[in-house]
Write a new protein. Sequence first.
Length: 61
Amino acid sequence: MHTDRDACLRAIAAKDARFDGLFFTGVTSTGIYCRPSCPARTPAPGNVEFYPTAAAAQLAG
């Protein structure tokens, strides 16, 4: 998993597919999770957590 929060935030803001598979983003305000290149609106930085796998994101709720 990519552990640099700022790099992860930049990756989701840019919808950078090069980061797909390296981490998943969980959105605390909506309960969804997605890969970095997700076409959905970029969540507020305070509403995201990062997980190494989709399964980990799903388990976190």
